[in-house]
Design a binder for this molecule. Structure first.
Ligand code: ATP
Ligand code: MG
Length: 563
């Protein structure tokens, strides 16, 4: 076998690597033992907010299983609560899934498509004396339910006759009860060690118009009642959900055992992901949006898919992150740098380089003529010359970043300081002679000499390696706004804190006004780019035409700090 063929073969093998988590093992076994022939999964979001990274993990898991096992994955909206759900969320969720490059099987499905069937299954349970109409208040229901250490108590309405229950359920359906005054409960076991099995609620009253069924219903099935039935109707073979539904599996199986449905899907649970220094629940993210703490669901600091997209994360980097963290049964909180490492790895290869000065200070090269202009051709990517070249301009006046100059000399400081030499990236070595300050003591101008003929070797001999700094011509540039982001919260796990809003990071957004090389075009900013020595950035989608706005995706290294 030729060497070329071998490396190519290995590459293909690597590309096709299939995960080996516990769910893949279960599916492999089910296929080997012919327990199922075709794998069918589903992604079941509740349309009550925008998708976040946690959902991305579930999307990757469900859609990739379908792909890897030549099965199918449905998209089904769990739209059983018209109180919190909205059409705009449905559109946003569909858009996010497509953006992640996944396609659901057939048409979009809704739990509400099955409301008729679910209703008849409720009647079936009543007829089997396995469900009853409850008239205790929600507080009383809670009290009667007991706790982990106290068994529950039967409701005084539990032993109503089947006829009475059928009559009252019909009354519920016809709108003859007020919201909260009655509900339908399964009759299971108030002494069960699983609290979920202590007569869970199957139907509740909501006088709300539903985005799909309009005013047809005023009673709506609960998640637990509708979910297993929807899975069975769609013949889902592996119904994957997060760990907090582990106990609900008892109820999932109980319902399917007791209604006349042929197909029996199986539920498996995996751990949720939480990311450090952020909250990961639609409810809490909605609080940030509603209180204008962030600039909408797609604020680049949000862990939402739309926020990450606006910030400059790519679909492949999010998929890579989800695959990297894997699927386990241990709930874990993930270091944000893991997400950053996925985008850095990708953009290191794909992003075009430019120079930008974020917080500019004027630098005058005293020994150059006022009309001096040098055109320098540089590669757009240091390691991939196929990405082309561009022209940059050196003039007598240039800008450098304030953080690249220090008045005091320090042997460890590898940038510019008085009497010290640095190299301008892609250009000459310079030395700083003197500075001028304004009335407030801030440095206004740095005066330097430029070495057009510089002997690099002599410098290398007598001192440490010379530093390199980026710069932009003061004559030839494009002004831009740079938005630097930090974590939204100062607490590592705000999701665990009731008063999570008291841990908001006041420095989560800092705005700077600077300049970029003028070789940057509209085409370039359609993609994430690298500003050399600083980080990866992406042009904000709400850029007004007056000013370019760039969102920081991630720093190149923690060493370069802005002042
Ligand atoms: P949230 O609390 O953010 O509303 P949820 O679980 O209620 O989350 P759904 O829209 O009901 O959100 O979830 C759709 C799917 O995404 C479910 O299968 C759910 O288990 C999964 N999911 C939601 N959050 C996470 C997470 N943090 N990690 C992994 N999977 C998640
Ligand atoms: Mg939910």
């Amino acid at each position: 076998m030729s060497k070329f063929f071998l490396t190519n073969f290995k590459f293909k093998m690597k590309k096709k690597k299939i995960p080996s988590n516990f769910i893949y093992k279960i599916i492999n076994k089910d296929l080997c033992t012919k327990k199922c022939i075709k794998i069918r999964t589903r992604f079941p979001p509740e349309p009550n907010g925008y998708l976040h990274l946690g959902h991305a993990k579930s999307i990757c898991l469900n859609f990739q299983i379908a792909k890897n096992f030549q099965g199918t994955c449905n998209l089904r909206f769990d739209d059983t609560n018209p109180k919190t759900q909205h059409k705009k969320y449905i559109e946003a969720i569909k858009n996010d899934i497509k953006w992640l490059r996944f396609q659901w099987y057939g048409t979009v499905r809704y739990a509400s498509d099955y409301f008729d069937k679910i209703y008849y299954f409720a009647i079936e349970l009543i007829k089997k004396n396995l469900a009853y109409v409850e008239e205790l208040s929600s507080d009383e229901i809670r009290k009667y339910r007991g706790s982990l250490t106290k068994i529950g108590q039967n409701s005084p309405y539990r032993d109503r006759s089947i006829q009475e229950n059928l009559y009252l359920f019909e009354k519920m359906r016809n709108g003859n009860f007020t919201e909260g005054s009655a509900c339908l409960r399964a009759k299971i076991d108030m002494k069960s060690p699983f609290i979920i099995m202590r007569d869970p609620i199957l139907y509740r009253i909501r006088f709300r118009s539903h985005h799909h069924t309009k005013n047809k219903w005023c009673i709506y099935p609960t998640y637990d009642f509708s979910h297993c039935i929807s899975d069975a109707i769609e013949e889902i073979t592996h119904s994957l959900c997060t760990l907090e539904f582990q106990d609900n599996r008892q109820l999932y199986n109980w319902i399917l055992k007791n209604v006349s449905i042929q197909f029996l899907p199986k539920q498996y649970e995996f751990s949720r992901i939480n990311l450090e220094y952020t909250v990961m629940s639609k409810r809490k993210l909605k609080i940030l949006v509603k209180n204008n703490i962030v600039d909408g669901w797609d604020d680049p600091r949000m862990p939402t898919i739309s926020g990450l997209r606006r910030r400059g994360y790519t679909p492949s980097s999010i998929r890579a992150f989800c695959n990297l963290i894997g699927i386990t049964k241990q709930n874990n909180i993930i270091d944000i740098s893991l997400l950053e490492s996925c985008i850095k790895k990708e953009l290191n290869v794909t992003a075009i380089r430019f120079m930008a000065v974020i917080n500019p200070v004027l630098l005058i090269l005293e020994n150059l003529a006022d009309t001096y202009e040098k055109v320098i051709e540089v590669f757009n990517h240091p390691n991939n010359h196929n990405m082309g070249k561009r022209k940059i301009f050196l003039h007598k006046k240039i800008y450098i970043d304030r953080s690249d100059f220090s008045e005091k000399q320090n042997i460890l400081y590898k940038r510019l300081s008085l009497g010290k030499k640095v190299k301008l990236r892609h250009s000459y070595v310079i030395i700083a002679n003197r500075i001028e300050k304004n009335e407030t003591g801030e440095i206004k101008t740095i005066f330097c000499t430029c070495y057009k003929k510089y002997d690099k070797n002599s410098e290398l001999k007598d001192s440490n390696k010379i530093g390199v700094i980026h710069w932009v011509s003061a004559k030839n540039n494009i002004p831009a706004e740079f938005r630097f982001y930090q974590n939204l919260f100062t607490h590592v796990n705000p999701d665990n804190i009731k008063d999570f809003l008291s841990f908001l990071n006041p420095n989560s957004l800092k705005i700077y006004h600077g300049v970029i090389e003028n070789s940057i075009t509209k085409n370039h900013i359609k993609y994430p780019i690298q500003f050399e020595r600083i980080g990866y950035f992406f042009a904000d989608q709400y850029n007004n035409n007056k000013n370019l706005i760039f969102n920081l995706i991630t720093h190149l290294s923690k060493k370069w700090k802005i002042v």
